[in-house]
Structure formats: C-alpha cells, structure tokens
Write a protein that binds this ligand. Structure first.
Ligand SMILES: *Cc1c(COP(=O)(O)O)cnc(C)c1O
Length: 387
C-alpha cells in the first residue's frame, strides 16, 4: 500500500464521525472563561488547571524573573548544561514536600512515565497495571520488553490474583491516584499492602491528585498515608504549568541518572519554568481554602445533576464525567452546551472504553458558584428536551 492510500484509508475510517479529532484555536483564557479565535466567549469546563494557578500573578512574575536571570532555554540536557540552580532548588523543594530522598524533573508526564518504565524493566520482568491507566503508562509498558498484565480497574482482588500467578523477581504494580477520565480514586492503601506482600514495587501516577488532595496538596498518597517506591507528579494540571517529576529514594535516583534515556537525551525544562514551578509549589502549599472551595463546587455540581437520567461516576474530585455512551448523543450534548456558552468537550473511545463516550466536566476554583448552577440548569434543559 502506498503512503497516500494508507493515509486515506486511516482518515476515512474517522472522517464525518464524532471520533474525528480537530484542535480549536483559543485566543485567550483566564481559567474561568476562554475565547476562541472568532471572538466567542465560553465558560471553560474542560481544563485541568484545578486551582487556577496558570493565571496566578506570583507564578507569572516568577517565570518572568527566571527568564531575566537565565534566559528562555536550558541549552541542553541536565547532564550537559541544563541542570541549573533553579532545577536543583525545585527538585529539593519537591523532595522535602513529599518526603522522598530525591525528585528528578522531566519535561512532561508522558516522558516521565516512559523514562521510568523503559529504564527499570527488562525482559523477564512483569508490569501489572490498572486497566484504566493513562495512555502514557500503557504505551510505555507495551513498548517495554517486560510482560504487561492488566488488572481490573480499582480491584485489589484482581491485582492479588495476578500477583499470585507470577514468580518474577522484579514486578512493578502501576496505578493512578485519581483516574484522568473517570475522576475516581484508586484504593491505594490496599494496593500498597498487596504489592509489598509480593515484594513488588508500586508506581503511582498522581497527575490529577497532586496539588488538590492531601494536606498542603501533597496528593493522593499522602492523603491515605502511603509512600510508593515511585511517585510521578505532573505540573500541567493543578500546578498550572507543565513538566513532571519522579520521586524516589537515592539509589533509584542515581539509577535514573545513569539509565533514564528521557533524562539523558532530552533538553531539560527551561530554568525559568523551574523558577515558576517553585513559586506554584508555594502557592499550592498555602491553598487550603481554595481546595475547600473546590470541594464545595464539586458537591454543588453532584447535587444539582443527581436527578438527571445520566450515569454519574463515584468521583469526589474535580473531574466529574457525565457518561452518555452513545457517541452521537454525546456530541449533540457537547454542541448544545457550546451553543449556550459552555465549553465541555466530549471524550470518545479509544481514549475511554467502548460505549462510554462522555462529557469530561472539570471544575476549577476559578469558577463562581453561579457558573456551576448555569451548567446544571443547562444540562436539565437539554435532558427535558431530549427525553
Ligand atoms: C496528563 C497525564 C499524563 C501526562 O502528563 P503531561 O505532563 O501532560 O505529559 C500522565 N498521566 C496521567 C494520569 C495524566 O492525566
């Protein structure tokens, strides 16, 4: 098959279906509202900036100061020229905050997950991952020479069954603190106990828990008092910036410095970004009242939609998906909300399991209580017209 035929075939499968992906240009966003390039203004219910930190004056200022001091780029990987005092201070700050020996910075969560799994696992090893783990974890595991098994979502029994079936020396159990498309939380205490019993290491990706859960926003693991061998935190969500870090003990950090190709062969984040992240971390530590307010918004939303003919997931987090199932109806609902000035993007398979197309509604402290009420009323209006 020629290149042209291959592309045509692949594109035609999706063209004119709700699965066709298209990026929309955003002109301006302040966390609460976003404006498109054609000047239309929407209330934003699709972002991951749960605490509105992307717009925080201290953090913006820190980034500007950082750029004045260091310039805009790091000039190389951390092993060459790209590990500045700003990077070192951020790593130490993160390690102290989360109670680990070391933190290692990566350019993104995607790259952190790839870097960790590709460095640690060999052919005879086993990765046992929750079925709903993020694409970056599943892809890293699939590319790894180790064997990948999956356990039923949030099921300690299913995990135990898998662990009972292997005698591999190196086993990595992988899960998330808060699941990105469902908003529910993993049973981390049981997961940690079971992993420990089988001498497996536990890796927790807390992309959506860090900053919003636990005391001082220390995340899902702190919230239940566990300390996995590997904790991945990302900075594109509640931190409001981008980038990621892996928290681990000292020998593991030394190992990654030697063997994690994503650290060695990729330009480190700009130093100014590290300065901004340090400032974002200070904001997060002091954001108890914002986290409380977020809980209030979550409660208001769940109460308000409880009587609708929709499936609401058991989520206590800022991710409140509305499961529709049918892809066309889901797109119709998303379009309807958009026509009413509400930006709520539909998520389709394969990002989520088949027959579970959904609106992934997210809440942020930038929202006013009246915004949540408007969303609730608009959902009620749609369902009273579409019974
Ligand atoms: C967003 C996300 C990632 C990827 O992080 P980026 O920094 O955006 O690359 C990884 N894991 C989970 C669970 C995520 O939600």
């Amino acid at each position: 098959m020629s290149w042209q035929n291959y592309l045509d075939e692949k594109l035609n499968v999706r063209r004119n279906t709700p699965l066709w992906r298209k990026r929309q240009v955003i002109n301006h966003s302040n966390g609460r509202f976003l404006t498109t390039i054609s000047g239309e203004k929407y209330l934003n219910f699709s972002g991951n900036d749960y605490l509105g930190i992307s717009q925080h004056a201290d953090v913006i200022n820190a980034w500007q100061q950082g750029a004045n001091e260091y310039g805009v780029g790091s000039g190389g990987s951390g092993h060459i020229t790209g590990f500045t005092q700003a990077h070192m201070q951020l790593e130490q700050h993160l390690a102290d905050w989360l109670g680990y020996d070391n933190a290692l910075l990566f350019s993104s969560g995607y790259s952190a997950n790839q870097g960790v799994i590709s460095a640690l696992l060999e052919k005879e090893d086993i990765i046992i991952a929750d079925k709903l783990c993020h694409a970056s974890l599943m892809e890293a595991a699939a590319l790894s020479p180790a064997t990948l098994w999956r356990f039923l979502h949030n099921s300690p029994d299913s995990l135990s069954q898998r662990l009972n079936k292997t005698s591999a020396n190196k086993i990595l159990v992988v899960t998330e603190g808060v699941f990105s498309m469902d908003g529910d939380q993993a049973p981390l205490r049981e997961t940690a106990l079971i992993s420990q019993k089988h001498h497996a290491w536990l890796m927790v990706d807390d992309a959506h828990g860090i900053g919003v859960l636990g005391k001082q926003g220390q995340g899902s693991c702190d919230d239940v008092g566990i300390k996995p061998e590997l904790l991945v935190v990302t900075f594109g969500k509640a931190f409001g910036v981008s980038g990621a870090a892996v928290l681990c003990n000292k020998p593991t950090a030394e190992f990654f410095e030697q063997y994690a190709r994503h650290l060695i062969y990729s330009t480190s984040m700009p130093p100014a970004q590290a300065v901004a992240l340090n400032s974002a971390l200070n904001v997060i530590k002091q954001a108890d009242s914002e986290r409380e307010y977020l809980q209030q918004l979550i409660y208001t939303f769940r109460q308000g939609v409880a009587s609708l003919p929709i499936k609401l997931l058991p989520s206590q987090t800022a991710i409140q998906p509305v499961i529709i199932g049918d892809e066309q109806l889901c797109q119709t609902l998303s379009d309807y909300l958009q026509s009413k000035g509400l930006w709520v993007k539909a998520i389709f398979p394969p990002t989520v399991p088949p027959q579970s197309a959904r609106l992934r509604i997210t809440l942020t402290t930038r929202h006013h209580l009246s915004d949540i009420k408007l969303l609730i009323e608009t959902l009620h209006a749609f369902f009273s017209q579409n019974r």
